[in-house]
Ligand binder design. Structure first.
Ligand SMILES: [Zn+2]
Ligand SMILES: [Zn+2]
Length: 343
């Protein structure tokens, strides 16, 4: 089978290779990958800016059909439609695992960077307890969004950062920022403003009805807009899905005193200028989240099934795996919002 492999450490070193279909042990299942999402994390791995264990087949966002089951697997059957939480190889013994947080266990090796992932026709799924059933009415293409959406749901819904009636500003017009804006509306925001700088992605966001306003941070005075919307008080919640210093600076200006500031976007930079004094003087709560919990997967599948997430607007490119070079070339200059590989 063809597989997109990060062959060694360093920038680049991505190759489409012919590899054998993986063999499964008694406790594993083999998944025929139907669709796999290309994520910012894949670009970070390509650029050597995220942990990974090469040689490794990339791809951690996927949906598929079970093609074979190991002898000890009783709960899953050939033909079942699935998505899976990527928390494989969490140790189960450390402080984090034992407090219900295997998603950040130091031993975790996710499919797609720690063990072989979904940019291939077939993948081995090592821990069947991490699988979730895809509802019959949900297309594989939509189910691909479950992993990034589960991140957003973990960040926002499980952390209860939004209260009904809040004015929420989201920075970043990638899939995470756009889904965060949609989820903000779902959990009760009264006004959702999305800010960004990529006009083609902003045009996509403007077609999504859950988002009230999409404003270019470069050309409009978004701080005045938000202050105006809130009788001078400022936004209740600011969510950064951009990892950009400029967005953090404007967020610090527009957030209200005692508001909530959440960082959900990964940055290529190890350090970013941070408006420490301004946020401190406003008594702002600051939250980070990384990765997903079991509950956020169930909730994400339910949101996708209900039609609340406009996946057909978010997925803007469908590619064959042979076209991988076009996807990984110059991602910043690209107009596509979310590309997926279809098999
Ligand atoms: Zn991802
Ligand atoms: Zn652990």
């Amino acid at each position: 089978m063809k597989a997109l492999v990060k062959t060694q450490k360093g920038r680049g070193y991505l190759e489409l290779k012919e590899v054998p279909v993986p063999k499964i042990s008694d406790d594993e299942v083999l998944i025929k990958v139907e669709a796999a999402g290309i994520c910012g994390t894949d670009f970070h791995i390509y650029n050597d800016k995220f942990p990974y264990w090469p040689p490794v087949i990339l791809g951690h966002e996927c949906s598929g059909t079970i093609a074979a089951t190991g002898n000890n697997v009783a709960d899953w059957h050939v033909g079942d439609r699935v998505v899976g939480e990527p928390h494989t190889m969490a140790c189960g013994k450390c402080y984090l695992c034992r407090t219900g947080n295997p998603q950040i266990c130091a031993s975790k090796r996710s499919p797609g960077w720690g063990v072989d992932g979904a940019f291939a026709e077939y993948m081995r799924w090592p821990e069947t307890r991490l699988l979730h059933r895809v509802p019959a009415s949900l297309q594989f293409e939509a189910a691909v969004l479950c992993e990034p959406l589960a991140n957003v749901v973990s960040d926002m819904a499980l952390n209860n950062i939004i209260t009904v009636g809040d004015v929420v500003v989201v920075a970043g017009t990638g899939p995470i920022g756009i889904m965060a804006a949609v989820v903000a509306r779902q959990v009760g925001a009264r006004h959702v403003v999305l800010i960004g700088r990529n006009e083609s992605k902003m045009a996509i966001a403007r077609r999504i009805s859950a988002i009230d306003e999409v404003v270019n941070i470069k050309s409009n005075d978004v701080v005045d807009l938000v202050i105006g919307l809130t009788d001078g008080r400022g936004a209740d919640v600011f969510i950064d899905a951009s990892g950009s210093a400029e967005a953090l600076a404007s967020g610090a200006q527009m957030i209200r005193k005692l508001g909530t500031f959440a960082g959900i976007g990964f940055s290529d930079n190890d350090t970013i200028d941070f408006p420490y004094r301004q946020l401190m003087m406003k008594g702002v709560k600051f939250l980070f989240n990384i990765s997903t919990k079991y509950e956020s997967w169930d909730r994400s599948l339910a949101l996708l099934e209900s039609g609340s997430i406009p996946y057909e607007k978010i997925i803007t490119g469908r590619r064959r795996i042979d076209e991988w070079e076009e996807v990984f070339e110059d991602p910043r200059g690209r107009e596509s919002l979310k590309d997926i590989f279809v098999f």
